[in-house]
Design a protein around this ligand. Structure first.
Ligand SMILES: [Fe+2]
Length: 450
C-alpha cells in the first residue's frame, strides 16, 4: 500500500461549483489555474502507482470576479483511456506521435488548451471545461516529434519554442510555433546518442540545449525506473547554444548532472546566464536514493571561450522552478520553487523529514539580484506542488502579482488552491479556495487568463 496520501491517485472525476473561499480572492484574477500529473486509472494496488508514469489527470479551478466558479478534474483521454472508461473511442490517428494520455504539462497556445508529454506523445487538446477533444496536430513533425512537455513562450512575439526527443533517435528537434500555432521553424540537433532532454532554456538570441548523460536504455524500465533512460558514465554533461534563427550549436562542458528544470535564462552582454534545478551526478531514475535532491544552480556561459562558470544559488532541496512568464528569455530578478518531502518520497521511501525541516512543505521566492529568499511554510503533509506566478493587471514591478499553488489541508483532508501575494510572500495567503477533495502531488501547470 502506498504510505503517502499525497501521492495516491484519486478514483473519480468531480465537478463542483461556487467553491468556498477563506480570505478574499483578488477580483482581477480572471482565468483558469490548471495543473496536471499522472493519476493511474483503475489501479487496485496503490503501491503500483508510479509518480511519473500513468494516465494524466488535469485539476482546474476557474476564478472570476472574486469567486471560484468551478473545480474540475478530468483524466486526459487517449483511446485506451476511453475504452477503459467505457466510452466510445475516437479512432483518430495523430499526425505524429502516439495517442497518449498526456500527464506532464498543460499550456494554452493559439486559443487551445493542450496537455503535453515528452518523448513522442501527441498533445491532447482539452475543452475549456477540461474535457478531452482529441490528439492535436500542432507542432507535429514526422516521424514522431511533437510539442514536448516543456516549452518556452517568447513574451514579446508569442512564439512557442520546444525541443523534442524520441527514444532511439540520435538527434533532438527544435521547433517554433507562431502565436497562432503555425509551425515556422524546424532544426535538428545532432546529439551523438539518444538522450533524454526534459527541459531547455530560451534567451532573446539563443536556444539553450542541455546534453545530460541520461540516455535511452530500455532495460531501465525493468530495473524499476519510470522511463527507459538511465545515467551513462561515458557521456560528459554539456550545455549548448543554438542561435534562435538556426545554425550551429556551440557546446561547453559542465560538471556531471542532470539538467532537470529551467528557472529562466537571458543574454548578458557576450555571456548567456541560465538558472536551473540540477539533479546530482549518477542520478538514475532506476536507483534513486532519497538523499540526492534537486538544487538551484546558475551557469554563466562564455560562448567564445567555450567555458561555463558554475555557481550554486541554493543547495537546499527544491524543484519546479518558475519565473514570471513575462520575463521568460529576459533578465529576471525573482523566481519561485517548491520544496516538498512528498516529492522525494515519490521516488523512494523517505524516513523522517528532509535535512532542512523548513523545506518539507514550502514555497520559495528567490531574489536572484540580492541573493536572498523568502520561504512560505505550509502545514506538515501539505505536499505543496509547483507554484505559478500571475501578474497583476497593470504590474508596477516584476513581482507585482500572485503566486498560485495547490496545497493539501491535512485537517480537511482535501486540497486548497492557495493564492499568495508575491510581494508579501510570507504573509497569510490572500485566499484559500477549498476544493471538494484531495489533489495528489502532480507535475506542472499554468495560469490561462480569460
Ligand atoms: Fe518537468
Amino acid at each position: 500500500m502506498h504510505p503517502d496520501p499525497a501521492l495516491t491517485p484519486v478514483t473519480e472525476e468531480i465537478t463542483a461549483f461556487d467553491l468556498p473561499v477563506t480570505g478574499r480572492l483578488p477580483a482581477e484574477l480572471d482565468g483558469r489555474y490548471l495543473r496536471i500529473g499522472p493519476n493511474a486509472l483503475g489501479l487496485e494496488d496503490a503501491a503500483a502507482h508510479h509518480w511519473m508514469r500513468s494516465e494524466g489527470m488535469v485539476h482546474g479551478v476557474r476564478l472570476r470576479d472574486g469567486r471560484a466558479e468551478w473545480y474540475r478534474n478530468r483524466w486526459v483521454r487517449s483511446d485506451e483511456v476511453r475504452r477503459r472508461l467505457g466510452e466510445p473511442e475516437l479512432g483518430v490517428r495523430p499526425t505524429a506521435g502516439a495517442d497518449f494520455s498526456c500527464n506532464t504539462h498543460v499550456i494554452g497556445h493559439g486559443g487551445r488548451t493542450l496537455t503535453l508529454t515528452e518523448g513522442g506523445a501527441a498533445p491532447q487538446e482539452l475543452s475549456y471545461e477540461l474535457d478531452s477533444i482529441g490528439p492535436c496536430s500542432l507542432g507535429a513533425t514526422r516521424p514522431g516529434f511533437t510539442i514536448p512537455a516543456h516549452t518556452k513562450r517568447d513574451p514579446r512575439t508569442g512564439e512557442l519554442h520546444g525541443i523534442s526527443y524520441v527514444a532511439g533517435f540520435d538527434f533532438v528537434r527544435h521547433t517554433v510555433l507562431d502565436a497562432a500555432g503555425e509551425l515556422t521553424h524546424v532544426q535538428d540537433i545532432e546529439m551523438g546518442g539518444s538522450v533524454m532532454m526534459h527541459d531547455f532554456a530560451l534567451t532573446e538570441r539563443h536556444v539553450v540545449v542541455y546534453d545530460s548523460p541520461v540516455t535511452f536504455r530500455p532495460e531501465a524500465l525493468q530495473a524499476g525506473a519510470g522511463i527507459p533512460f538511465a545515467w551513462d558514465d561515458r557521456r560528459p554533461a554539456r550545455v549548448g547554444l543554438l542561435p534562435r534563427t538556426g545554425g550551429d550549436v556551440r557546446w561547453a562542458e559542465v560538471g556531471p548532472c542532470f539538467a532537470s528544470h529551467t528557472l529562466n535564462a537571458y543574454d548578458d552582454g557576450p555571456y548567456v546566464v541560465v538558472e536551473l534545478v540540477t539533479l546530482p551526478e549518477r542520478f538514475d531514475f532506476g536507483t534513486l536514493t532519497a538523499d540526492r535532491y534537486g538544487i538551484l544552480d546558475r551557469w554563466t556561459i562564455d560562448p567564445v571561450a567555450g567555458t561555463v562558470r558554475e555557481e550554486r544559488i541554493d543547495d537546499r532541496p527544491q524543484e519546479f522552478p518558475r519565473v514570471s512568464e513575462s520575463f521568460v528569455s529576459r533578465r529576471h530578478r525573482y523566481g519561485y520553487a517548491a520544496a516538498t518531502a512528498a516529492m522525494y518520497r515519490a521516488y523512494v521511501p523517505l524516513e523522517g523529514p528532509l535535512p532542512d525541516a523548513a523545506f518539507d512543505n514550502a514555497l520559495i521566492k528567490h531574489d536572484l539580484l540580492r541573493g536572498s529568499c523568502e520561504i512560505h511554510r505550509f502545514a506538515p503533509d501539505a505536499a505543496v506542488g509547483e507554484a505559478v506566478f500571475v501578474p497583476a493587471e497593470s504590474p508596477a514591478a516584476e513581482d507585482d502579482g500572485y503566486v498560485l499553488a495547490y496545497a493539501h489541508d491535512p485537517v480537511r483532508g482535501a486540497a486548497d488552491l492557495v493564492v499568495l501575494s508575491a510581494q508579501d510572500f510570507t504573509a497569510e495567503p490572500l485566499a484559500r479556495v477549498h476544493l471538494p477533495r484531495r489533489v495528489p502531488l502532480g507535475l506542472h501547470g499554468n495560469w490561462l487568463p480569460g
